[in-house]
Design a protein around this ligand. Structure first.
Ligand SMILES: [Cu+2]
Length: 494
């Protein structure tokens, strides 16, 4: 797997040379007591097999790190692996040198080395942390990061964290190779049989895909690359499957706050509370006007905070079903005396595609300060599915041009997806508000990751108030590794 890391490293050094952003020297904050986080390994059991995975371990173990808004994020990260790593604190507003992206913010940490972090936590909510090196995230190098709000009126509620992952026994670097090879074979096939000399254009592929979909009566076929291009062996909820799920004991007649984190590398899920109505109160750590519903989609890297009532004597499953598939995972909330029935890891019916149905209903409960937009940019997502190349703004990273913003400006970016797959787009170091979906204005959610559906567009707005270079990319790990990565570059106001 080192070849993948080497590729990433080589790819990223181009920027490192131009930014002059150094990593934080160990010992720079030596007098403060540090929270220790280790990048290490562990064994978990999946489908009756023991498997060694990468893991992050904090002072509270491997289930995540819990801190408070207003605390200092005073952390020492030690790399106990035999390969280099670097961890990104997903969704946090922080100084650029501490953002954990090799080449953009700081160099990777060598085996046995460590890096120190220290910045004030200005946010509260559900966040997470994950490796930004190669495909380490797929191998398990991630965990929850919960920031409590001392002033939260719901802080006395029982809380359950649900960390979702997609799991494969295969080497993810082999998966990426196969995706590239599969694309090439499809292209050769087309050379041979259809359009001798050149492959289908993106638009032609789209038309073909749409036709195929129509022929299927609109039913999603999970084997289609349009929704899921990686076949997984299992889906994990707090490192377990529904064969042996976590059962969380809750109080009698409890209202539980479930903090759901989609740590999947390339899987969008639909969340349900076993048919019961739940209340959505926050997305990506930011409060929204409450929405009561039975199903809530969550894209790769997003978070949902749900309030779930567990009646006396009841067991309520919190389930995550893969889009376009019957496969699901989850955990069980069990009231005192509840008998916990087995829940199958396949639903009766396949879930549909994740679109923007929920996104269009979201209204922020904590809007950006009112200001006119002073700069409007466009960012195009394109690709060549035949070659499994994914692109932001004209070329795969690092041959593309960054998005350039001016310090101090309220900036809007229209993200245009011209491909046949949806892309969960993530901007580092800022929160943005979704202000337009498919051309229609919304007073949408403030968040850090938004799903842009195929052949559609979403406009986001944010304040360019955190100068530095910031990763901006598709959070589908395989798309990112195949080029769908860029960055935000600041120029000073004149
Ligand atoms: Cu993507």
């Amino acid at each position: 797997m080192t070849h993948g890391l080497a590729t990433r490293r080589n790819v990223l050094t181009g920027i490192a040379a131009t930014t002059a952003l150094a990593g934080l020297p160990t010992g720079a904050f030596a007098r403060k007591p540090k929270i220790e986080i280790e990048a290490t390994t562990r064994e978990i059991e999946v489908g009756g097999k023991l498997v060694k995975r990468l893991a992050l371990k904090g002072p509270q173990g491997m289930d995540g790190l819990r801190m408070k808004k207003g605390d200092d994020f005073a952390v020492r990260l030690t790399n106990r692996l035999s390969e280099e790593t670097l961890i990104h604190w997903h969704g946090l507003i922080l100084p650029p040198s501490q953002d954990g992206v090799p080449g953009i913010s700081a160099p990777p940490i060598p085996p046995g080395g460590s890096a120190e972090y220290d910045f004030p936590l200005v946010q509260a909510g559900t966040y997470w942390m994950h490796s930004h090196v190669g495909l380490q995230e797929q191998l398990g190098l991630a965990m929850p990061l919960i920031l409590e709000d001392p002033d939260d009126p719901l802080r006395d509620l029982q809380e359950v964290v649900l960390f979702l992952e997609d799991f494969t026994f295969k080497d993810p670097y082999e998966i990426l190779k196969t995706l590239r090879l599969g694309g090439m074979m499809a292209m050769e096939h087309q050379h041979d049989h259809t359009m001798k000399g050149h492959a289908h254009s993106m638009a032609e592929s789209m038309k073909l895909a749409a036709e195929k979909m129509k022929m299927g009566g609109g039913k999603m076929d999970p084997s289609k690359p349009d929704l899921n291009d990686v076949d997984y062996d299992a889906y994990l909820a707090n490192s377990r499957t529904l064969q042996d799920p976590e059962v969380v004991k809750v109080e009698a007649n409890a209202k539980v706050r479930v903090r759901i984190i989609n740590g999947g590398a390339s899987t969008n899920f639909h969340i349900s509370a076993g048919g019961r109505t739940a209340r959505l109160i926050a997305v990506d750590g930011e409060p929204v006007a409450p929405i009561d519903d039975t199903v809530f989609p969550i894209s790769i890297a997003q978070r949902l905070d749900l309030l779930v009532d567990v009646p006396a004597g009841a067991a309520v499953p919190i389930l995550a079903q893969r889009e376009g598939d019957t496969a699901r995972t989850g955990l069980i909330l069990a009231a005192p005396g509840a008998s916990v029935a087995k829940v199958s890891d396949n639903a009766d019916k396949a879930a549909g595609a994740m679109g923007v149905e929920l996104e269009t209903r979201l209204v922020t409960a904590a809007p950006l300060p009112p200001r006119p937009i002073s700069a409007e940019l466009t960012s195009s997502l394109t690709g060549n599915m035949q070659r499994y190349v994914w692109i932001i703004d004209g070329a795969p990273y690092p041959r593309n041009k960054p998005l350039v913003v001016t310090t101090g400006q309220r900036t809007a970016v229209r993200i245009r997806n011209e491909t046949g797959m949806s892309h969960p787009m993530h901007l580092h170091g800022h929160v943005f508000q979704v202000i337009e979906i498919g051309g229609l204005p919304v007073d949408g959610a403030v968040r850090d990751t938004v799903l842009v559906p195929p052949m559609s567009n979403v406009m986001i707005a944010f304040d360019a108030d955190n100068p530095g270079n910031w990763a901006y990319h598709c959070h589908n790990l395989y798309h990112m590794e195949a080029g769908m990565f860029s960055y935000l570059a600041y120029v000073p106001a004149t």
